[in-house]
Design a protein around this ligand. Structure first.
Ligand SMILES: [Zn+2]
Length: 318
């Protein structure tokens, strides 16, 4: 039959395009699936607001989804700006996964989307930490008491969100609901193994004061018995005031802190300044807000394990 033959040719051409583009972007080659499935078993197109949510959606959605991240690789996602095309993507997507209160531009775009198709991670786990500045300076007073959004650095919280996300996807695509549930169980197993490693690896640190670049490690520190002292506030863009810097420098000296941690997506200058003034060393501690070529691992699990190794070296934790 003519029709079937030409459809086959188109399919071969689409596959060739999909396969040849895989090497460039490093994406999972599941993009071919959308070309081969029938309308009744269509792939769900998901817009994810930033990397940890993108990774979660890929793990739990598996072959039944295609995930696109609104935050471009290498960009700090807190202050993400969306183009009109991005906003249209959010409003046209089969599903959107975001974190209310983390990225104002995404919050705004989501407000115009069908709420049945929107998953807010902030409603899937308790965001029960608020930001406390090291010293209540004028610069920070408006941020004091703000909800800390960085839940994903506690793997047990990410697993919790994963379970809820699987249920959400199952409502949108009932035929794949069992697969989503199974994927969420695997997701939870991987995160539980990571949590075990972190707990035992950080159980005997000589120093528990974690001096970080921005205050991303609140949930992480609570989970693993550490105390976070962030040089800037809840967002990395903020410049610390001279008073903030002096307070951190005093803290580092008074508490015999040996390592100042910096991030991959923001300049290490401030961490280096504090280190130089106090004689401390510097080390990477990645809040996993996005991947770059400098990331010490190619997914969430690998970067968390690099973070563990770096903290064990920096505190140190024998
Ligand atoms: Zn952050």
């Amino acid at each position: 039959m003519m029709i079937r033959k030409s459809a086959g040719l188109v399919l071969v051409a689409l596959l060739a395009v999909a396969i040849s583009s895989c090497g460039d972007n490093g994406d999972e080659p599941n993009s071919t699936a959308s070309d081969t499935t029938t309308a009744s078993d269509a792939v769900l197109e998901i817009e994810a607001a930033f990397y940890p949510l993108q990774w979660m959606a890929e793990q739990i959605g598996g072959d039944a989804v295609e995930v696109h991240s609104l935050a471009p690789p290498g960009a700090e996602p807190h202050d993400l700006e969306l183009s009109p095309e991005d906003v249209a993507r959010v409003q046209d997507a089969d599903a959107v996964v975001y974190l209310q209160g983390f990225q104002p531009a995404v919050d705004e775009a989501v407000a115009g989307a069908d709420e049945q198709r929107v998953f807010d991670a902030a409603e899937a786990t308790a965001l029960d930490l608020t930001f406390t500045p090291i010293e209540e300076g004028e610069e920070h007073s408006d941020e004091a008491g703000s909800v800390d959004p960085h839940f994903w650095l506690d793997p047990t919280k990410l697993a919790e969100v994963g379970d809820r996300f699987a249920a959400f996807l199952g409502q949108l695509d009932a035929s794949d609901a069992d697969a989503f549930t199974a994927n969420a169980a695997t997701f939870r197993e991987q995160l539980t193994a990571l949590d075990d490693e972190l707990r035992s690896g950080l159980s005997s640190c000589e120093n528990v004061d974690l001096v970080t670049s921005h205050n991303a490690f609140g949930y992480f520190s609570r989970r693993y018995g550490l105390t976070q002292v962030g040089i800037t506030g809840l967002t990395p863009e903020e410049e610390p005031s001279p008073a903030d810097l002096a307070a951190v420098t005093d803290f580092v000296r008074d508490h015999d802190v040996r390592t100042i941690y910096f991030e991959t997506l923001v300049s290490p200058d401030i961490a280096r300044t504090v280190a130089a003034e106090t004689g401390a060393q510097t080390e990477v501690l990645d809040p996993i807000e996005g991947l770059t070529d400098e990331s010490q691992g190619d997914d969430y699990l690998a970067i968390m394990r690099s973070n563990l190794a770096n903290i064990q070296k920096g505190q140190p934790c024998p």
